[in-house]
Design a protein around this ligand. Structure first.
Ligand code: JEB
Length: 235
């Protein structure tokens, strides 16, 4: 899988060299390339933004540098990529979306700043038959200052689903939000020591009675889901 990320703050994407995603890159499972949008600005001041038509606060990203950057990436590959645009007004980037993105051979992520990217960029690439579509996604109902933090979240959520990335091949499908086992949150987890600062691990987990342990875990997960996320399915 290949992921190109375009941003005016390419250093913001440095954490993609670390931990799980960094190891997946070293293993050749994912090829991630970060590009500086400003290198595609052509005027004397390397401008990437201008005032919004119709008035209002802030600035909007110019379509020309985005067109130049995205066309250059497209020219460097044979197959049509999917364009992903993080946006506070996007479709929800949930576990299902992460699984879909993890199955795409080439994803290009366009990280905006200011008030976002001129809307014609998404419209243009959605209508081109040498691109495989445009997906605008939001990672949650809060407002970020740009698309980079969202891109980090999306890449990590997608890459960890790739075969060979997790040590345990089964653990990715067993998580909270996986549609495999209903959609309940996971319950509390514990490790050694059995008592820490006057807090004890629940006896049932030390009992060795796996039927009782499974029943307890299911009940804890359902209780937590009811309390914290009444919007989620809970069998
Ligand atoms: C993503 C972004 C901005 C109005 C418009 C733009 C580019 N869940 C999310 N919250 N915010 C973003 C996001 C995602 N995904 C997000 C891209 C951009 C925010 N902004 C700032 C703020 N208000 C610019």
């Amino acid at each position: 899988m290949r992921i190109d990320i375009v941003s005016i703050f390419p250093e913001y994407l440095a954490p993609l060299e670390l931990s799980l995603v960094g190891k997946a890159r070293e293993a050749g499972i994912v090829d991630i390339r970060v590009h500086d949008l400003r290198e595609f600005a052509t005027d004397k001041h390397r401008s990437v933004d201008d005032t919004p038509y119709g008035g209002g606060p802030g600035m909007v990203m110019l379509p020309e540098p985005w067109g130049a950057a995205l066309d250059a990436i497209r020219t460097s590959v044979e197959q049509p990529p999917v364009l992903v645009i993080p946006s506070p007004s996007g479709y929800q980037f949930d576990q299902e979306a992460a699984a879909e993105v993890s199955d795409i051979e080439h994803v290009v992520i366009a990280c905006g700043r200011y008030e976002g990217i001129d809307s014609r960029v998404a419209e243009h690439y959605a209508g081109r038959d040498d691109w495989a579509g445009v997906r605008e996604y939001s990672i949650g109902d809060y407002v970020l200052a740009g698309g980079e933090a969202a891109a980090l979240a999306m890449v990590e959520a997608a890459v960890r689903l790739k075969p060979g990335v997790l040590g345990n091949a089964d653990s990715a499908v067993d998580d909270s939000f996986s549609k495999v086992d209903g959609a309940a949150l996971e319950g509390p987890v514990f490790t050694r020591p059995p008592a820490w600062r006057n807090l004890e691990v629940p006896d049932v987990l030390l009992s060795g009675d796996h039927a009782r342990i499974d029943a307890w875990r299911r009940q804890q997960a359902e209780e937590r889901t009811r309390a914290r996320r009444p919007d989620l399915p809970n069998p």
